[in-house]
Design a protein around this ligand. Sequence first.
Ligand code: SF4
Ligand code: SF4
Length: 109
Amino acid sequence: MATFGYSLTPSSRIDLCKFNQEKWNRLVELESDVLKCMACGSCTASCTAGKFTRTSLRSAILYIQNGQEKQALELVQSCLLCGKCFMVCPRAINTRNLLLSINKIYSVK
Ligand code: SF4
Ligand code: SF4
């Protein structure tokens, strides 16, 4: 089959019907800091585990907001809880607590 020098990427369409409002409310209740995230990516850029895995708090939050919980969990489960992202976050979000709460809430089916 001939190739044309480009390929199709998976759809990134957001399906808001998959967004779980109940779990999000629980997360906000535990970690209201999540509302302060501006998706700057500093946490991901400095992530210790990110050098060896796909760990990314920024992407995990965005996946959750898009209703893609499984993908979000995959991005936080290799976290080492080193706290480096906490030191660089411009919004002073307590990232370790947030990571733990994401794991706790979204691991439950
Ligand atoms: S560094 Fe803070 S504000 Fe920036 S993406 Fe990470 S959690 Fe959000
Ligand atoms: S606490 Fe987790 S997400 Fe944050 S820098 Fe360390 S390994 Fe990465």
